[in-house]
Design a protein around this ligand. Structure first.
Ligand SMILES: C[S@@+](CC[C@H](N)C(=O)[O-])C[C@H]1O[C@@H](n2cnc3c(N)ncnc32)[C@H](O)[C@@H]1O
Length: 214
């Protein structure tokens, strides 16, 4: 997905941080062995997540949608030395793959994997978070916001991925069986309207929203 001309996009990537070696390996192995590898955040968005996490310097991070662990490792780069990252995914086939890379990264002890439906798991996490990354089923983005907001510390940040959905959020004539597009349209409206937070949508990759709790 290119929101700017490809040549300029390449220039942006070339003048941003390089992809760390371990993440290059994770990226390659995901493309070789795992279904739907395009779900992985990838080099450029990964560096965006990393630098935001370093600016926030969170103690506790929550990620919804681990997939192969790429974005978790990017977010972990900014975590406090005693910090912890909780990451949730519903696909049990990914657990060993994730763990292999978490342990290789040096953050292995600080990263906790949760297997199951995020909407059931989050209410049972008795933790306040400084940084949350929402990157799972689009139909539940608004529900995730509602269960997270009271667990987010003041000044805490929610990052939401895919909020422009390849531009489909502009489309008012989406197909009947498309449940993701209307859910994202509602989610974007919800973040804009909720006076507990301030929100900026960034046209990065498939759209990344930064939401800060007041
Ligand atoms: C786009 S991928 C996450 C990509 C990852 N954050 C990254 O950037 O590398 C979405 C993931 O959400 C998971 N998922 C979908 N629905 C879920 C649910 N209800 N609860 C937990 N995980 C879910 C999928 O199994 C998939 O691995």
């Amino acid at each position: 997905m290119h929101f700017i001309p490809e040549e300029l996009d390449n220039y942006v990537v070339a003048h941003s941080e390089d992809e760390p070696t371990l993440l290059q390996q994770l990226n390659r192995e995901t493309y070789q062995k795992i279904l739907q590898p395009r779900m992985l955040s990838g080099h450029y968005q990964g560096r965006v997540l990393s630098i935001i996490s370093k600016m926030v310097n969170p103690k506790n991070i929550l990620e919804i949608g681990t997939y192969t662990g790429y974005s978790a490792l990017c977010l972990a780069e900014g975590m406090q030395s005693e910090g912890e990252l909780h990451t949730i995914d519903i696909n049990e086939e990914l657990v060993d793959f994730q763990r292999k890379y978490f342990d290789k990264s040096g953050y292995g002890q600080q990263i906790h994997q949760h297997l199951g439906n995020a909407i059931d798991i989050i209410p049972n996490l008795n933790i306040n978070f400084d940084l949350v990354f929402i990157d799972a089923d689009k139909e539940n983005y608004s529900n995730y916001f509602h269960v997270i907001i009271d667990k987010l510390n003041p000044g805490g940040i929610i990052l939401s991925d895919n909020v422009l959905w390849s531009g489909k959020v502009l489309d008012t004539s989406f197909k009947k069986d498309d449940t993701s597009t209307p859910a994202l349209i509602e989610y974007n409206k919800l973040l804009k309207a909720d006076n507990r937070v301030e929100t900026v949508v960034l046209p990065i990759r498939d759209g990344l929203t930064i939401t800060r709790k007041l």
